[in-house]
Structure formats: C-alpha cells, structure tokens
Ligand binder design. Structure first.
Ligand code: NAD
Length: 492
C-alpha cells in the first residue's frame, strides 16, 4: 500500500491538472511498474507559470524590503507544514525516487528539512546593504551603498537523486531572498515537487510567487524556462551535459546560471591512518545506490597498504549482502537505481569496468532481490586513472580503488578528473590532511570524515562540477543582485 496521490501542477496559487488534461505514469524503481500518476505539463502550462511568476515579482510587494520578516515567517510556517507531512515525503522518496527506508532519515527527507531550518537560522546574516563609505571625487562628496535586491524570476530545475533536498536548496533560498520561483522537478520524482504547491497556500505564499510544473518530457519545461527572457536566473542541479546546454541556450538572454553538476570525488586513505580498516570499509559506495553528486566514488589507497585494503573491502562487501534491497526494511539504505535508463547505463559501465580492471565484488543485476532496477554493490580494484571507470561519473553503487605512492601522487590522481565537487582524506596527521585538501580542486573537502555538506554551509563545485554555491548565506545571496547607489553632495 502506498500513500501516493496524483501529482498536480501549481500555477498562480492554483493546484491543477495540465491544461491538456494529460497525465503520465510515474514508475516505481522497486517494481518497474506504475506507482502514481502526474499531470503532464505542456507549453501552455509553462507559459502560465512564467506569466504568474513575472507578475508576482513585478506587480506585488513580495520582493519589497518591508516584507523580509513576512517572508521569513511564511517560509518558517511552510517548514512546519512539511514536517507534519514527513510520512508522505518519505513515501514519495521511497516509491518514486527508489530510496530505501533508512535513507529517509538521511539526505532524502530528514537532512532536507534540517537544511531548511539552517536556511532560516542563517537568514539574519544576509547582508542586504553594504556601506562603502564616503569618497570625495572631482570635488564632490559621494555617499555609497550597495543594495542587495531580489534577483527576479527563478527557474529551479532539479534532479531525481535527492529531490527534496535539492528542491529545498533552491526554493527556500529564493523565497527568502524575495524572488518568484518556477520549480521544475524531474519526471521521475514529481510528487516531491508537487507538495511544494500543495502546501504553499496554507503557508501563506501569495499567488504566483511559487509555481511548480513538470511533465513526461524531461527537457520541454526546462528549455522553455532557460530560453525565456522573463526568467532571470536558472538554478540547475543535474548532469554536466544538460548544464552545458543550459549555458548555451541561456546565452541569447544572458541568463544568470547556478549549476550544480556531476562529480567523481576522491576519498584518500593514507597509510598513517589509525582507523585504516574502518575508513577503507567506509569507502564502499552503497547509500542510495551511489546516486549522489558528491559521493566519493574513487577510493585512493596508499600502495604500501593496497593489498590490505583489498582484503578489507572483500570482507565488507560480503558482509553487506543481506543488508540492502528490501523496501520493507527500515535499516536498509540502499535500494534500486532510479529508472530503466540509469539501470542500463550503470550496468553498461560495469561491463566496461570488467574489461578494464579487476572486479573485487558485485558486478551484476540482481533480479532475485526484486523486479525493479536493483544492481549489487560493486567494487573494482587495480584501477588506473586513464580508465573510463576512473573518469566517468557512474552514478550507481560502484567504487573504483586506485593505488597511490605518496601525497603528491594522491593529489595528482585526485585532480586528474574533469570534475571538482567534493572529496576527502583520512590520516593520523590533520595538518597533512589539510595540506592535501588545500591542493585538490573541489568545492568541498573533508578531513577524517568531517561533514563538509550541511544546510548552513556553501555547497557547489568547480571545473565540470558547476558554477556558484547554494545553501548557507551564500545560497540565499545567490538570488540577490547588487545595486550600487551613490548620493552626491558638496564636499565639505
Ligand atoms: P538530467 O541532467 O538530464 O536531468 C536533471 C533535470 O534537468 C531534470 O529535471 C530534467 O527533466 C531536466 N532537463 C533535462 N534536459 C533538460 C534540458 N535540455 N534543459 C533543461 N532541463 C532539462 O539528469 P538525468 O538524465 O536525470 O541523469 C543523468 C546523469 O546526470 C546521471 O547519470 C548523473 O551522472 C547525472 N546527475 C547528476 C546529479 C547531481 O546531483 N549532480 C543528479 C542527477 C543526475
């Protein structure tokens, strides 16, 4: 039994079907069968959402300075409504997103709501006005201030892998900033977007300030938002390929973009690590079947202890066999991958890995665990950086283990990637770990498993991992524009 109800669009304060009346089936990753229906937005629905958002931003007082406290209170009430719907959020994440029950209490629901609270907590630190002081120029005194103003209409395009977390990351920050938003969730996980519409009126969000559109075509609504001059900024999380397309298609309207794209982050375990066994074992990539942009999908182990690490991993994978893939088990944190396309893609890359490297564990689809898209936790060893499995983001439960000689070699290998999102080092010497971290080109980094991702911290990447930062004060300020005003007076 599921708790799911048809996912509806939300446009100009109204929860509604698509104008065409069309719906599409949402497929459960656990069963490969329909689990819900969702409204199938067409161009007329997206157009209506853009008109509504533009009107709310331009012709209402939502974005005004005087409304900051009101916005804060609305967004705080909105959070309480989401908290009261925790069980439904969990069901959406499990049945549409394919998350295992144990992940509900991690990034899939609990961490998203905690991050929302973090946004409320950092809100008082947003710098709305910056005083540049007085300066005499050409015989005149100038009093200069920068006003940080809501940027406008935001197109928020989000993925299926941590849908609630990413939706919160964009929608909550944009609302607090005073923007109007059009949320466009992935077709796989419409309900975790639709619920923003469902609860918006009760929270007191004025009509048009928030709109939610989705459809069976993954590109239609997003491309309309990207190309439309009435949309001021696109905040996107997803694949690097689509991120590049957004930059291209947004260029004619000089669209501002925030892009959070893929990753191939390195976890480095040094030979001096006093918790070597635990930290190698933690390199096993299983949570949410490895479908996370910031997961550490390359495990770098110092060559002097590489064979030892292989033995640790072999045992760890064997012990995990009974601990994943059961939708009913509240302790499981790994279920299927999200859809047929990803299933085929991940299995295809596993086949590439079998040609390139040595398979230590896993390597197969597991229909015995259920009719959905279940792939067993997989580990390749004797991997070198030139291999496809060392370079491509697999976005599945697959880790590649690469040996290194010394710190410089570890840094070289970690940086030998198109991506630069996250990473980490485990060591007995924190200064050594920090020195390594400072030389790796990523947006976040952890020493000895430090949590570098939280709602009050800026998150984002460099290189092919993206542009800009979300979450934290920086995440709210991403949705503000700087206007500098100088007031002239006679120099005294
Ligand atoms: P995707 O980039 O195609 O989709 C992400 C979002 O963009 C979805 O809402 C989708 O509907 C929308 N979209 C698709 N095409 C668009 C276009 N032309 N213009 C505007 N919006 C568009 O990601 P995917 O196909 O769902 O997954 C493919 C790969 O992307 C994965 O294997 C993984 O490598 C990567 N990925 C990364 C993240 C991340 O968090 N960085 C999340 C999901 C997927």
């Amino acid at each position: 039994m599921t708790n799911l109800t048809e996912a509806k669009l939300f446009i100009n304060g109204e929860l509604r079907a698509a104008a065409s009346g069309k719906t599409f089936d949402v497929i459960s990753p656990w069963t490969d069968a329909p689990v819900n229906k969702a409204a199938d937005a067409g161009p007329e629905d997206v157009e209506a959402a853009i008109v509504a958002a533009r009107n709310a931003f331009d012709n209402t007082d939502w974005s005004h300075d005087s409304n900051r406290q009101r916005r804060f209170e609305i967004v705080a009430k909105y959070l309480e409504l989401f908290k009261a719907n925790f069980d439904r959020l969990a069901d959406f994440a499990v049945h549409e997103g394919g998350c295992a029950r144990g992940s509900v209490h991690r990034e899939q629901v609990a961490m998203a709501l905690a991050g929302w609270q973090d946004y409320l907590d950092v809100f008082p630190r947003v710098e709305w006005v910056k005083d540049y002081g007085d300066k005499v120029m050409w015989g005149m005194n100038n009093t200069r201030k920068a006003y940080h103003e809501p940027l406008g209409v935001i197109g928020a395009i989000t993925p299926w892998n941590a849908p609630l977390y990413v939706n919160v990351g964009k929608v909550v920050a944009a609302l607090l900033a005073g923007c109007a938003v059009i949320l466009k969730p992935a077709p796989d996980t419409p309900s975790l977007g639709a619920i923003f519409g469902e609860l918006a009126n009760e929270a007191g969000i004025p009509a048009g300030v928030l709109n939610v559109v989705f459809g069976s075509d993954p590109a239609l609504a997003g491309e309309m938002l990207v190309k439309d001059p009435r949309v001021d900024l696109i905040s996107f999380t997803g694949s690097t390929a689509v991120g590049k397309r957004i930059m291209e298609q947004g260029a004619p309207t000089l669209k501002r973009v925030f892009l959070e794209l893929g990753g191939k982050s390195a976890r480095i375990v040094l030979e001096d690590d006093p918790n070597f066994e635990r930290n190698v074992a933690m390199g096993m990539l299983v949570n949410h079947a490895g479908q996370g942009c910031a997961v550490q999908s390359r495990l770098l182990v110092q060559r002097s202890r590489y064979e030892e690490a292989k033995a640790i991993l072999k045992a760890t994978y064997a012990n995990f066999e009974g601990n994943w893939g059961d939708i009913e088990n509240p302790a499981h944190t790994m279920g299927p991958v999200v859809n047929r396309k990803q299933y085929d893609r991940v299995l295809g890359l596993i086949e590439v890995g079998k040609q390139e490297a040595t398979l230590l564990a896993g390597g197969n689809a597991r229909p015995d665990k259920g009719p959905g898209y279940l792939i067993e936790p997989t580990c390749f060893v004797d991997v070198t950086t030139d291999m496809r499995i060392a370079q491509e983001e697999i976005f599945g439960p697959v880790v590649v283990v690469i040996p290194f000689d010394d710190d410089a070699d570890a840094i070289r290998i970690a940086n030998d990637s198109a991506y630069g999102l996250s990473g980490g080092v485990c060591t007995g010497d924190i200064e050594r770990g920090l020195a390594i971290g400072r030389r790796i080109h990523t947006g976040t980094f952890s020493v000895n498993n430090g949590m570098c991702i939280a709602g009050d911290l800026p998150f984002g990447g460099c290189k092919a991992s993206g542009v800009g930062r979300e979450w934290g004060v920086e995440g709210i300020e991403e949705f503000l524009e700087t206007k500098l005003i100088a007031v002239g007076s006679v120099a005294g």
